[in-house]
Write a protein that binds this ligand. Structure first.
Ligand SMILES: [Zn+2]
Length: 168
């Protein structure tokens, strides 16, 4: 992994070490080419974020709503994600990360809003031909708390949306 501009190893934005997989500050190592969460506190909880979107999307399908409702700050991301999921007409919801670029855009926004610092790349992992990937690295003083805060931000978004829909 290297900073494509400087050819140096990326460093933790909190403590400055190159050994950032062990310093305890890594919130997320997002592979934004192959759309995988490769490390950090978020990787253990990553499926929770898929689950909350699946649940919201499938309940919306069951209630016959389209998703053009009030999702507050994340509205654009979530609406775009909703439109990218092509199987929701049949009530399927297993493919909420179908468009990885939108899903990872939402995750990155949540990371920053929850207070994570992003290492300013560009960061690449060199692979074989066609296998190099771009990464985004996020750090904080207390990564587990940051992930909890991310989850609360997203959960609150859906709670508020449900309340707004119910009161109509
Ligand atoms: Zn660190």
């Amino acid at each position: 992994m290297r900073n494509e501009d400087t050819n140096k190893s990326p460093v933790c934005t909190i403590c400055g070490t190159e050994d950032f997989s062990d310093c305890g500050h890594l919130v997320a190592d997002l592979d934004v080419t192959f759309f995988e969460c490769e490390g950090g506190a978020l990787s253990d909880k990553f499926h929770d974020f898929v689950d909350i979107l699946e649940t919201a999307f499938s309940s919306s399908v069951n209630q016959g709503q389209n998703f053009q409702t009030n999702f507050g700050f994340y509205q654009a991301h979530i609406n775009e994600l909703w439109r990218s999921v092509d199987n929701h007409a049949e009530g399927g919801s297993e493919d909420v990360v179908g468009d990885g670029s939108i899903f990872f855009g939402l995750i990155a926004t949540l990371l920053l809003d929850a207070g994570a610092n992003e290492y300013l790349g560009p960061v690449v992992i060199d692979g074989g031909p066609g296998c190099s990937s771009a990464c985004r690295l996020f750090f904080s003083e207390a990564p587990e708390n940051t992930v909890t805060e991310m989850y609360n931000l997203l959960a609150t978004t859906f709670t508020n949306a449900t309340a707004a829909t119910s009161s109509n």
